[in-house]
Design a protein around this ligand. Structure first.
Ligand code: GDP
Ligand code: ZN
Length: 295
């Protein structure tokens, strides 16, 4: 049997790519999987046997490492949150909101700030410091001038990556700089398709020549509804997490409670006040709408 990764699912067929051989085989699924109603996903690692040169049967499905629900893809390793230094201007409040959903996915997160050719250098340095001090890797990029592209390329190698971030920030341009000919569906296009009635869009994995894959559909978009409760929310702020156990009350949501270690850390400058404001803003939205908030 041969090892491969499902890169595309279409009409009951699975397109399986062997990373070593760089071949693509269209496979059907062994009957027993159908009986078990096992839903095979793009990103799943499988073993298959060949029937002829380009057809095969999937015999075995390996355990999933991760699963992302929007888009539905197995084994994604990391999410890249891409923003633009300008045009459209990066807005830390929006960065914080994207970070909440990215944290919920439990995947590794990399922050990218593209279009640094348009940036005010001092303002950029402040932003980079804010997020790297929380523990996020931050890459400064310019798809236009080739800045940081090698760095980004290295981060994508041998991993499955989903790109997210507001549209117009240069996600497709960056990917084309990494791998000419590869083009990520832009935020706008995929949002439009997502709302269509008949066009359920299935994500595909796009192989990179250097090894690794990029999901062709941007992750969560600005239309996203985020299903989360108050306790879940606080753990999406990495910079709040270390202080939470020191609050006086176990039930503390770091809002109006006395002896709150989180608020104390904000006062002492150990948590950035705007990060805490982002937390409070979403917390307030959760109180109004018990089921979640809109990105
Ligand atoms: P997406 O919606 O995130 O995929 O964004 P696009 O890749 O479609 O890019 C949006 C616009 O930004 C296009 O006009 C690009 O040419 C432009 N753009 C992308 N990267 C850069 C960059 O590094 N610098 C500048 N100045 N413009 C860029
Ligand atoms: Zn507290």
């Amino acid at each position: 049997m041969l090892p491969g990764v499902v890169v595309k699912a279409y009409n009951g067929y699975y397109y399986v790519r062997s990373d070593d051989e760089k071949t693509m085989v269209s496979c059907s699924l062994r009957g027993r999987f159908k009986k078990e109603r096992f839903s095979l996903l793009v990103g799943d690692e499988v073993r298959y046997s060949l029937l002829g040169s380009e057809k095969g049967v999937i015999e075995e499905i390996l355990p999933r490492r991760t699963m992302l629900s929007r888009p539905m893809v197995a084994n994604v390793d990391q999410v890249i949150l891409n923003f633009a230094a300008a045009n459209p201007d990066i807005n830390p409040v929006l960065v914080d909101r994207f970070l909440i959903i990215a944290e919920l996915s439990e995947l590794e997160i990399i922050l990218c700030i593209n279009k640094v050719d348009l940036a005010d250098q001092a303002a950029l340095a402040v932003l980079i410091e804010r997020y790297s001090s929380i523990g996020y890797p931050v890459l400064s990029l310019s798809a236009k001038n080739g800045i940081g592209i090698e760095d980004l390329r290295a981060r994508l190698q041998d991993r499955i990556t989903v790109f997210a971030g507001p549209s117009g920030t240069g996600k497709s341009t960056l990917l084309n700089a990494i791998e000419p000919g590869l083009s990520l569906a832009t935020g706008q296009v995929s949002e439009k398709i997502g709302r269509g009635r008949h066009t359920t869009r299935f994500a595909e994995l796009m192989p990179l020549a250097q090894g690794g894959y990029v999901v062709d559909t941007p992750g969560f978009s600005l239309t996203e509804f985020v299903d989360i409760d108050e306790r879940g929310l606080m753990y999406c702020f990495r910079d709040l997490v270390p202080w939470i156990p020191q609050c006086r009350f176990n039930s503390c949501i770091h809002y109006k409670e006395p002896q709150c270690a989180v608020k104390e850390a904000v006062r002492e400058g150990k948590i950035h006040p705007e990060r805490y404001e982002s937390y409070l803003a979403v917390l307030t939205e959760l109180k109004e709408n018990k089921k979640g908030f809109r990105l």
